[in-house]
Ligand binder design. Structure first.
Ligand code: APR
Ligand code: PHB
Length: 389
């Protein structure tokens, strides 16, 4: 078998890259370890920057996000018993769209199927090979038999635990990491959202976030100890804890109901440098992780894919290597800015074990400054809607 680009991983990064390359006439095959249903069963964040929606349009899959997505022009910050609105649109002229990652993935999978593009699901033991030569290939096992595909380039879009980054010579890669001393317990419920806009709450008991997937489906999170297990959090305990971290108006308006999904996610910041190793590129979670505060994960995967697809288009269309040679530096410059923003939002909103009363007061001072200074709220807004790419 042969293709131009062998893509490892059918998450949002791999699927979006495949779709964009297809529109540029570049042949690609995706190898995915799981089944499509398994990939679609993972609940992740659901907030798209305008740049991400535009990229979905470019890939021909933006229609449903534009039609069904909820456009938001502001967010609310809750602290000290009160809520304060940040006018994101007023500060930037831009909006964000609430549209679940699962829906993005489904739209991309449907478009891929409709275009007749090859995706090999349940590919076991996938291995990128010889990417430091001019003849890279990827091997895998399907139905007990070994297979191989020759390609021009490999795109490692296989997430944080994938095989692509792990296949690189440790001498050639540098990683930067911060693990936060807490997790996010999230639930999805078939209930109307408590508020039209997202509420980010800093509370002495820990952070809470009220978000949504639609006008009738809500997503709520509370900060919890990293080693908590989901069995310790029956629905009633979750709702009680959420209410304790919200203002009275929100408590009065909150509609509770049975959870239809519940999970605990660890919080981590991680960056691997560079994002290119010979004829293999990394994109999305394979190269970097951000804590979910600010919902930058999927949007960063999209900006990586924008840079990488553009570079490959230039390579095939103009026979120029300039784009692929610059990919890592350009992508990392934006990645680090989002890593900083996600770290900063995490640090002002969560309760840290070591912060003490001094740290808690500093957080409140910063939040008060944020909601009272035009310059400070504009800086938040500019990052929240996504830096340009
Ligand atoms: N072989 C083949 N596929 C693999 C392998 C492997 N060894 N390891 C992982 N994968 C697949 C996973 O099963 C998954 O479907 O790669 C895909 C990676 O998808 P994501 O983890 O979703 O990562 P990415 O596409 O970069 O998406 C980035 O979406 O998933 C969120 O938190 C993430 O919001 C971030 C954004
Ligand atoms: C979500 O909708 O899941 C979400 C939204 C905003 C965030 C994090 C998660 O900052």
């Amino acid at each position: 078998m042969r293709t131009e680009i062998a893509i490892i991983g059918a998450g949002p990064a791999g699927l979006l890259l495949g779709q964009l390359l297809h529109t540029y006439g570049i042949d690609n095959v995706i190898l995915e370890r799981q089944t499509a249903d398994h990939v679609l069963g993972r609940i992740r964040a659901g907030l798209l920057e305008e740049g991400t929606v535009a990229l979905l349009d470019e890939a021909g899959v933006g229609q449903r996000a534009r039609h069904e997505g909820l456009v938001h022009r502001g967010i609310e910050l809750a602290f000290d018993g009160a809520r304060h609105r940040i006018d994101i649109h007023g500060a930037t002229g831009k909006t964000v769209t609430i549209y679940g990652q699962t829906e993005v993935t489904l739209d991309l999978m449907n478009a891929r199927k409709a275009a007749g593009l090859a995706t090999i699901y349940q590919a076991a033991d996938v291995r990128p090979r010889d990417f430091d030569t001019d003849h890279p290939r990827v091997s895998w096992v399907s139905d007990g038999a070994g297979h191989e595909i020759d390609c021009d380039f490999i795109a490692g879009c296989d997430g944080f635990h994938g095989v692509s980054r792990a296949s690189v010579n440790p001498q050639a890669i540098r990683t930067y990491e911060r693990v936060y001393p807490f997790g996010w317990l999230g639930i999805l419920s078939e209930t109307p959202p408590v508020s039209h806009e997202l509420i980010y709450s800093n509370h002495a008991r820990g952070f809470a976030l009220c978000t949504m997937r639609s006008t009738h489906r809500s997503r709520y999170y509370v900060q919890c100890p990293s080693d908590d297990h989901i069995d310790q959090w029956p629905d009633d305990r979750f709702w009680d804890e959420l209410k304790r971290r919200l203002d009275q108006k929100a408590v009065d308006e909150l509609v509770t109901g049975p959870s239809i999904e519940k999970s605990i996610a660890p919080l981590r910041s991680f960056v691997a440098e560079p994002m290119r190793f010979g004829r293999m590129f990394l994109a999305g979670d394979a190269a970097h992780i951000v804590p979910p505060t600010g919902a930058k994960g999927l949007n960063l995967a999209a900006s990586d894919v924008h840079y990488l697809s553009g570079a490959l288009r230039e390579y095939y269309g103009e026979k120029s290597s300039a784009g692929i040679d610059n990919y890592s530096a350009i992508a990392l410059a934006r990645v680090w800015k989002a890593v900083r923003f996600s770290w900063w939002m995490t640090s002002i909103l969560h309760k840290f074990p070591e912060q003490g009363e001094f740290g808690a007061r500093i957080q409140l001072a910063e939040l008060n400054y944020l909601v009272s200074s035009k310059a400070a709220s504009a800086a938040l807004a500019e990052n929240y809607v996504g830096l340009p790419f």
